[in-house]
Design a protein around this ligand. Structure first.
Ligand code: KG4
Ligand code: ZN
Length: 336
C-alpha cells in the first residue's frame, strides 16, 4: 500500500511517498525561508502563494524519484490542521482534488499526530503506551499515547510554545528568521552560567508549561547589556538552558506520575541538540527509553504526514466526502 503525504500547514511544503512494505520511498521539502526572511517571520499570504507554486512540481519529483506511477498510489494524506488557514487550504484542496481525480481516498491528518508518529519512521520504534513531548512552534504538550489515535493530553503550555519562545527570544537578540535553530547555534559559543534564567512553573505541581516569562527575562537581561556577539551567545546559552531544563524535568515528572518509561520527543524543538543530550542523559540514568525521530523529520515534513496517513488508512479512517474543510485550531486529544 502506497500513501502520498502532503504537508503545507506553515512555511514548508513537504511531500513524501510511504510504502507499507518498503517504508519511505521518497520525500522532499521546499523551505520558504528566503520568502519570509526579509519580514522577520512568516507572512501567511506569501506562504499560501508559495505552496501553490511548488506543490505540483514537488509531487512530480517524489513520484519520479520513487519510480511510482499514479496507478500505484492507494491514498493521499494531507495536513488538515492546525496551521495557517490559507496554507492548509492549498494542501487540502490539492490533495482532495487529486484523490478525486485518481479515484482514491483522501485522509485529513492532524499535524501534531504527524509529529508524534514521526518516531515510527526510525528503525527503533516505541512501544505502547508511551509518553510524547511535542515541542513545536505552536505547541508544547505532554501526551499519553495509548495507541494510535488515542491521545490523552497530560499537560501543555499556558502561553507561548517552546519553539515560539525560541523564535521570540532570537528576535530580541537581533537574529534572523528562523530564529530558533540560529539561537541554538550561537548558544554553542555561550559562556555557561554567566546568566541564569528562571525555570517557569517547576515549583508548581502538574505538567503544564509557561514560556512567555523567559522572553521577558531575556528582554530585561538584554537591556542591561551593550549586546556584543559574546553577550548574545551568553544570553542564548542561558535561555536554552532554562527551556531544556524545564522540558526535561517536566518529562521526568510525567514519567513518575504515569509509570510509563517510553518517551518520544517530537516537533521542531526536538531537533535541538542540547535537548537531545540532556534528555538522553536523564533517560540513561533512569531506565527510560527515549525515542527521537530522525533529525530531518523533527521539523515539518511530508514523511510524517504520509506515515500518519498510512496508519489511518489501515484503520479505514479517511475523508467521507469531497468537501474541503481545514481546522486552523484543532485539539489533538479530541481527535479520536
Ligand atoms: O515542528 P515545526 O517545524 O513547525 C511547527 O509545527 O511549529 O517547529 C518549528 C519550531 C520553530 O519555533 C523553530 O524555531 C523550532 O521549532 N526549532 C528549534 C530548532 N529547530 C527548530 N528550536 C530550537 N532548537 C532547534 N535546533
Ligand atoms: Zn510542525
Amino acid at each position: 500500500m502506497i500513501i502520498l503525504g502532503i504537508e503545507s500547514s506553515c512555511d514548508e511544503t513537504g511531500l513524501a511517498l510511504y510504502d507499507s512494505e518498503r517504508g519511505l520511498l521518497a520525500h522532499t521539502l521546499h523551505s520558504q525561508i528566503a520568502v519570509h526572511r526579509i519580514y522577520g517571520g512568516v507572512v501567511p499570504e506569501l506562504a499560501s502563494r508559495d505552496h501553490i507554486r511548488f506543490i505540483v512540481p514537488l509531487v512530480q519529483q517524489v513520484m519520479k524519484e520513487a519510480e511510482v506511477a499514479s496507478s500505484q498510489i492507494n491514498a493521499i494524506s494531507y495536513t488538515k490542521g492546525p496551521g495557517l488557514i490559507g496554507a492548509l487550504l492549498v494542501g487540502a484542496t490539492f490533495a482532495k482534488s487529486l484523490a478525486f481525480a485518481w479515484g482514491i481516498p483522501a485522509i485529513g491528518i492532524h499535524h501534531m499526530e504527524g509529529h508524534l508518529l514521526a518516531a515510527f519512521l526510525d528503525a527503533k520504534k516505541p512501544n505502547f503506551p508511551f509518553l510524547a513531548l511535542l515541542v513545536s512552534g505552536g505547541h508544547t504538550q505532554i501526551i499519553k499515547t495509548n495507541e494510535i489515535g488515542a491521545y490523552e493530553l497530560l499537560g501543555e503550555t499556558i502561553d507561548d510554545a517552546a519553539g515560539e519562545a525560541f523564535d521570540k527570544t532570537a528576535k530580541l537578540l537581533g537574529l534572523p528568521y528562523p530564529g530558533g535553530p540560529i539561537l541554538a547555534q550561537i548558544a554553542e559559543r555561550g559562556t555557561p552560567n554567566r546568566f541564569h534564567f528562571p525555570r517557569p512553573m517547576l515549583d508548581r505541581p502538574g505538567l503544564d508549561f509557561s514560556f512567555s516569562g523567559l522572553k521577558t527575562h531575556a528582554l530585561h537581561t538584554i537591556n542591561q547589556l551593550e549586546l556584543n556577539e559574546q553577550d548574545k551567545a551568553d544570553v542564548a546559552w542561558a535561555f536554552q538552558d532554562a527551556v531544556v531544563d524545564t522540558l526535561v524535568k517536566k518529562c521526568a515528572r510525567a514519567i513518575t506520575q504515569t509509570g510509563i518509561t517510553e518517551l518520544v520527543i517530537a516537533g521542531g524543538v526536538g531537533a535541538n541538540k542540547i535537548l537531545r543530550q540532556r534528555m538522553s542523559a536523564f533517560a540513561a540514568q533512569n531506565n527510560v527509553n527515549v525515542f527521537y525521530p530522525p533529525l530531518e523529520f523533527c521539523t515539518d515534513n511530508g514523511a510524517m504526514i504520509a506515515y500518519a496517513g498510512y496508519e489511518r488508512f489501515k484503520r479505514g479512517k479517511f475523508d467521507q466526502d469531497t468537501a474541503i474543510d481545514v481546522l486552523p485550531r484543532w485539539e489533538l486529544d479530541f481527535y479520536l
